[in-house]
Design a protein around this ligand. Structure first.
Ligand code: SF4
Ligand code: SF4
Length: 225
């Protein structure tokens, strides 16, 4: 997945939750990426804000958001909430500050940077950052399968040299006896019968039910993205 495609998902959401860490404490706020090019994703803040200080100190940023709605639209008889089908996105990565002249240069060929120029003039304390390396996941969901053939589908991505682990559990084929217990317990259609059974990682919610029931201890839990 290219940065441009990732940015299209981000733009659909608009404002996202941006998290940083300082002295062992996680801080979150609502912000947005205002631009994208082949080098990364761009954001801005003011240099007197803790957000600025935290990004300068750690160089790390985690971002997440949800589309089209974060509202709970109802619940079933067990109290399980319903969500309108949509997607979530999460990205975690490395950031660095960009000098003003670099933003001015980018604005000559990319309209998206003009808003940064406007803000830099209006608020002289404005500072720009680029997330130049990162990895993440689009989590497309339709739990009732109204519009899609899956309850969920994960698409993982990385840019700027970062790497990610594939989503979902793994079945160790040498241990699988084909009993089918994992298939019976999976409500996400993430396990394919066969000899051995196999995992469709993109559909796996990593709920762990199959891990608990496998009599052969044949299912490995996922790594982190
Ligand atoms: S529960 Fe374990 S042994 Fe049985 S089919 Fe699934 S992976 Fe194979
Ligand atoms: S972890 Fe959950 S969603 Fe994933 S394959 Fe196992 S039972 Fe299905």
């Amino acid at each position: 997945m290219q940065l441009k495609e990732i940015f299209e998902y981000i733009e659909k959401i608009g404002f996202l939750i941006f998290s940083t860490i300082e002295n062992g404490c996680v801080h979150s706020r609502i912000a947005h990426f205002y631009a994208c090019d082949d080098e990364g994703l761009y954001l801005r803040t003011m240099f007197i804000k803790p957000f600025y200080r935290q990004m300068i100190k750690t160089g790390n940023l985690a971002v997440c958001g949800m589309y089209p709605s974060t509202q709970i639209s109802g619940s079933d008889e067990n109290g399980v909430p319903h969500f309108e089908p949509g997607f979530t996105i999460r990205v975690t990565g490395d950031v660095r500050e960009l000098p003003e002249d670099e933003i001015r240069k980018k604005a000559e060929t990319n309209e998206q940077f003009k808003v940064a120029l406007f803000d830099m003039k209006k608020y002289p304390a404005t500072r720009n950052f680029i997330m130049y390396r990162g990895k993440g996941e689009i989590y497309d969901f339709d739990y009732e399968m109204v519009n899609r053939d899956h309850k969920l589908l994960r698409t993982r991505f990385a840019f700027g040299g970062a790497e990610y682990n594939p989503p979902g559990n793994t079945i160790i084929k040498e241990r699988c006896t084909g009993c089918g217990d994992c298939f019976d317990v999976c409500t996400f259609k993430a396990i394919r019968p066969g000899n051995p059974y196999t995992m469709i990682g993109e559909r796996c919610d990593e709920c762990g039910s199959c891990v608990l029931v496998c009599p052969e201890d044949a299912i490995m839990q996922p790594g982190t993205i």
